[in-house]
Design a protein around this ligand. Structure first.
Ligand code: GDP
Length: 318
């Protein structure tokens, strides 16, 4: 099999201004790849079928990382379900159809651990997909991501397209979203403790009892490059650390690093979301990949990035 990431390869990172896309660009540049294809949101709206088809036909990528998505934390998912379902369905459908009908790109579709049923066995094996009802707070996003991975499988089956999909656990890292209304829990807590300082109080949403698994986005980018080269199967593959902790433990961890004397209170009026979504990563481990960045180290470098940038990504459109 030829390497989809050879020095001559034309590699499209769809969603290059996002958390995952920007980490992928860093990783691919470090790999020495120079024919990297990107299009800003203003240049190409992936929800537009004709524009997406034309762009793919003109640029003819050899490899595609589909990291473009409308994403957000629990509150954004609850308040904007139509955006999360419509945008993500359209992005996946348009990119996969364009790549299937124009050229022979290998495409890696990025999903999420929220695709699995709320009551899935823990840790969650890939086979748990569609075994039960979804967590209501992120059902719209999950349905779009399930449709995307099923579409990838369908093109594979019907047309032999080299489409694969990877399901990461909760991601964080440099380039994260620190807007408290739309952020995920980890950047939200970093910002809240940073602003609280030594004597302030931080409000943590929900009961603190849910457990979450956190993967540094640079580890994810490394795994995605690994999978693009080594994985060619219809089954989605989980990407995580294999370890999780409660929101209470996470809040104490972030406090100890950012503001050790700050106080923590819980706001029980905010939703907990799914009780637990620890991924079973044994398939990825068996292929030979394991994460490298520990949670304390990752929180420190993400806080550093936040202090340096104020939470604003360079080149980001919003
Ligand atoms: P989820 O993994 O899809 O539920 O998304 P989040 O990362 O937004 O939330 C994870 C958990 O952290 C939920 O139980 C939230 O209630 C909890 N949490 C605690 N404090 C915060 C906060 O300040 N922001 C967010 N987004 N979640 C918080």
């Amino acid at each position: 099999m030829t390497d989809p990431l050879s020095p001559e390869s034309r590699v499209w990172v769809a969603g290059h201004n996002g958390l995952v896309g920007s980490a992928l660009l860093r990783r691919l540049k470090a790999e020495g790849l120079s024919r990297l294809l990107v299009a800003s949101h203003a240049e190409l709206d992936l929800r537009n079928q004709a524009a997406t088809r034309a762009w793919v036909a003109a640029n003819r990528p050899d490899a595609v990382f589909l990291a473009a998505a409308t994403v957000g934390g629990i509150q954004a998912n609850v308040t904007r379900p139509a955006d999360f379902l419509y945008d993500n369905l359209m992005i996946a459908a348009n990119v996969l159809e364009a790549c299937a009908t124009s050229g022979n790109a290998k495409v890696l579709v990025l999903g999420s651990s929220c695709i699995y049923p709320r009551e899935a066995p823990q840790p969650i094996p890939e086979e748990a997909l569609l075994g039960g009802p979804l967590e209501p707070t992120n059902e719209a996003y999950a349905v779009a991501k399930i449709a995307a991975l099923k579409l990838a499988q369908a093109y594979r089956k019907q047309h032999g397209s080299r489409f694969i999909s990877a399901m990461p656990s909760n991601l964080y890292g440099p380039g994260d979203n620190f807007d408290l209304a739309t952020a995920h829990v980890l950047p939200a807590l970093i910002r809240k403790f940073h602003e609280a300082g030594q004597s302030g109080t931080v409000t943590v949403w929900g009961s603190g009892r849910p457990k979450r698994e956190f993967l540094h986005v640079d580890d994810l980018a490394d795994a995605l490059v690994f999978l693009m080269r080594r994985y060619d199967d219809a089954a989605p593959i989980n990407v995580g650390t294999g370890e999780d902790e409660t929101i209470v433990e996470l809040a104490a961890r972030v406090r100890d690093i950012v503001a050790p004397r700050a106080h923590i209170v819980f706001d029980a009026t905010k939703p907990d979301g799914t009780p637990r979504k620890l991924l079973d990563v044994s398939r990825l481990r068996a292929l030979g990949w394991k994460h490298r960045i520990g949670l304390d180290e990752g929180i420190r470098s993400t806080w550093e990035w936040y202090k340096q940038t104020g939470g604003k990504r360079q080149g980001a459109s919003q």
